[in-house]
Design a protein around this ligand. Sequence first.
Ligand code: PLP
Length: 172
Amino acid sequence: MLVSTLTFVAPTNAIRYVGAWPVFIDAERNYWQMDVQEVVDFLTQQCDWCNGELRNTSTKRRVRAILPVHILGHPVDIDPLLELAQRYDLVVIEDATEGLGAKYKGRMVGNFGDVSCLSFNGNKLITTGGGGMILTNNEAWARRAKYLTTQAKDDPVEFIHRGIGYITRSTL
Ligand SMILES: *Cc1c(COP(=O)(O)O)cnc(C)c1O
């Protein structure tokens, strides 16, 4: 999963939580966001298509997603990343945690990824003390996120858990 070098550790932890590995993409000089040219270089020079799957040439790992992080309140140049994601069949996971209220071409950040996240931790622009929000237009993913963030409870009465959930608050 491609992720910004210049970020808080949380998105990189999230990559490891799901068993994936980060590929760090450096920041551009002007706004310190994920450098689109670095992404292009990685995808074109360090990856190969193999049986319809994009693979990192040196690690042989599958390349599945781009995780741009809008840091310090400034948006990532996301349009070219969305185009690349479409061309290379990658999911875009947008970390809009530090970009709440920032706009890219007139639209609030958090609107661009297949899934995006916000944080309401104590040190963020808007806080509820802790917690955050997952944004997606994908109904199945929304249901899955709700399930995992409410202790993966399969049965409201008998406390049956078939998955490993998390302790967070969730409203859908
Ligand atoms: C704070 C932050 C997070 C994590 O938010 P928590 O709600 O504290 O887990 C993720 N990404 C970035 C860029 C952050 O600054």
